[in-house]
Design a protein around this ligand. Structure first.
Ligand SMILES: Cc1cc2nc3c(=O)[nH]c(=O)nc-3n(C[C@H](O)[C@H](O)[C@H](O)COP(=O)(O)OP(=O)(O)OC[C@H]3O[C@@H](n4cnc5c(N)ncnc54)[C@H](O)[C@@H]3O)c2cc1C
Length: 544
């Protein structure tokens, strides 16, 4: 009889995990607290508008293709992670199609250009599209003396980081300190340990260019002033494989992943919140035996994978007597990423939105370092703000009623360790942000054209998504929480308990949580004796 697996949570990481477990031959059930799939990538439909609540920037489409290509009994875990055919970049990006043959059977994915339009507070902007010629032209126009030459050096050094840090080491699972120690010389050689902002400042004198080449980590919860410069690889990830959008929204990708999981025989249950991971003592070992739902229902399984927030998993789902490496005090002292206010809004089109705005817009406020310190360090709500404005209807009008646009704007704010009262602050803050878009001419007349407005605050992350302190991206991606120091995908405390998603290795963001699922699948394959062929950098099984 097939062995059984339970996955707690249907985020993109949980769905990718479910697909991989089915391909490994497990009978898998995904248990989701909400009434639909996606987690942070949940779809909200209201007043004729379709809003993706979370991720919108899709990168590394071949990770998606890999999932749709899996079949039962063919987990493909021994295949190269970055085959020659994808190393040089997506052929499809040039042809205007980004999904591979398997993806296209489930969902249409198209490239977006520019990747982002980045507005500065003085109204000037940078269209970031990964094309070196366009980039050089804009660096020359916006930069200070020496910045063009600095860009050439930045490009060369970021490429070296991408080559080593992503293509060669990206799938390394850091389960022991030795694996970590082995890469330290590389990190030092590539100067990838200093902060990303200080790394970019080596190459650019212009404050604007320092922002252009460091802001992206904010989309995965990283403070550019604190994340290690290894994240300069994002620049190259985007340049190599492009930035993409799923027609119908990221929700269409989520639904496609659910369909694939179910086609492989998996089962998904909604409104099924897990209250406890059950643990039995077998001699000196502690072993996960299944879960108990909030309803009281008990479900047994041969293994459990939690896709829920890392801190929630240990603090709320595993009783303290079963935890040593993830004791309360250790889990609680981990710094958490920032949170967000996200405003979903629908408005009447005036036909001129595409003149100033693009599909993805970053609108930077008057301060950069100061604002980041307010959000991550001082944890106060500043008077100024920066935002990411997403207008998917510029690409796919089907997401709004005719003559309307659907949009969201996302503003980084401190997590709930700040003590800010969002019941009180939420509404006026949201009004201020929307008025800014109207009055500063990004969307003139917006307040009169608005037909739908709703929003989420850190409270949504804390209470609806069960994320500790309302973090939006899991533990903060600082050096002290990267690689070996990031929570582990295989529990150190409990046998047959695994974790997947933004909170564990390698980190947050949709490509990373898909990588996380593959890394966890490899650990499970090894632990359950399901290895297909010898695999490169797998760690040895750990005694529990
Ligand atoms: C607003 C926003 C915008 C973003 N934009 C981008 C982007 O453009 N590009 C990008 O790559 N990344 C982006 N990210 C990051 C990316 O969305 C996340 O890192 C990724 O989606 C997280 O996926 P996950 O699998 O870790 O789980 P999550 O999406 O966090 O899902 C976890 C699931 O577990 C469920 N759950 C929790 N507790 C329980 C329980 N006890 N029982 C049952 N179920 C439970 C939750 O309901 C949830 O469905 C964005 C994030 C946010 C919030």
């Amino acid at each position: 009889m097939a062995q059984t697996a339970i996955v707690i949570g249907s985020g993109i990481g949980g769905l990718a995990m479910g697909i991989r477990l089915q391909s490994l031959g497990f009978e898998t059930t995904i248990l989701e607290k909400l009434d639909g799939p996606g987690g942070r990538a949940y779809t909200k439909r209201v007043d004729g508008f379709t809003f993706d609540m979370g991720p919108t920037v899709i990168t590394v489409p071949h990770f998606i293709e890999e999932l749709f290509a899996l079949e039962r009994g063919q987990p493909g875990l021994h295949l190269p992670d970055f085959p020659e055919s994808v190393r040089e970049g997506g052929k499809g990006v040039r042809e205007g199609l980004s999904g591979g043959a398997h993806t296209s059977r489930y969902v249409q994915i198209v490239p977006i250009r520019p990747f982002y339009r980045i507005y500065f507070d003085d109204g000037s902007y940078f269209d970031y599209d990964g094309d070196p010629e366009n980039t050089r032209r804009q660096v020359a126009a916006l930069g200070e003396p020496g910045d063009l030459e600095g860009y050439e050096r930045f490009h060369r050094d970021a490429q070296a980081i991408f080559q080593r840090g992503f293509l060669e080491l990206g799938y390394t699972y850091f389960g022991d300190p030795l694996t970590m120690l082995r890469i330290v010389p590389d990190l030092l050689r590539l100067d990838a340990v200093r902060s990303l902002f200080s790394f970019t400042s080596k190459y650019f004198r212009s404050p604007k260019l320092r922002q252009v080449f460091s802001f992206e980590t904010l989309l995965i919860g990283g403070n550019p002033l604190a994340v290690p410069a290894i994240y300069a690889m994002i620049h190259f990830v985007e340049k190599t494989w492009g930035v993409h959008f799923a027609l119908g929204g990221t929700g269409a990708l989520v639904r496609a992943l659910v369909q694939k999981f179910e086609e492989l025989g998996g089962q998904i249950r909604y409104n099924a919140e897990v209250a406890r991971i059950n643990v039995a003592r077998q001699g000196r070992r502690k072993v996960a035996t299944g879960v108990t739902l909030k309803s009281g229902e008990v479900l047994g399984s041969d293994l459990v994978v939690s896709n829920a927030d890392y801190a929630h998993t240990y603090l709320r789902l595993v009783e303290p007597q079963h935890r040593f490496w993830n004791a309360d005090w250790l889990v609680k002292r981990r710094p958490q990423s920032m949170s967000l206010v996200v405003i979903y809004f629908g408005f009447k089109a005036d036909g001129r939105e595409g003149e100033r705005l693009r599909h993805h817009n970053i609108i930077l406020g008057p301060r950069y370092e100061g604002l980041l310190q307010d959000i991550f360090g001082r944890k106060v709500l500043a008077k100024d703000f920066s935002q990411y404005l997403h207008i998917p209807t510029l690409t796919d009008p089907s997401l709004a009623p005719p003559g309307h646009h659907a949009a969201y704007t996302l503003v980084p704010v401190p997590h709930n360790g700040s003590g800010l009262d969002w019941e009180l602050l939420g509404e006026p803050f949201v009004d201020k942000v929307l008025r800014f878009l109207d009055e500063r001419g990004y969307l003139p007349g917006l307040m009169e054209r608005l037909v739908h407005k709703s929003f989420i605050t850190p409270d949504y992350f804390e209470h609806t998504l069960n994320s500790y302190l309302g973090n939006a991206f899991g533990p903060e991606p600082i050096l002290a929480q990267s690689a070996f120091f990031r929570p582990h995908n295989r529990s150190e405390d409990i046998q047959n308990l695994y974790l997947v998603g933004a909170g564990v290795q390698p980190g947050a963001g949709t490509p990373s949580v898909m990588m996380s699922a593959k890394m966890t699948a490899r650990l499970i394959a090894r632990d359950f004796g399901l290895l297909e062929e010898p695999q490169g950098n797998l760690p040895a099984p750990q005694p529990v």
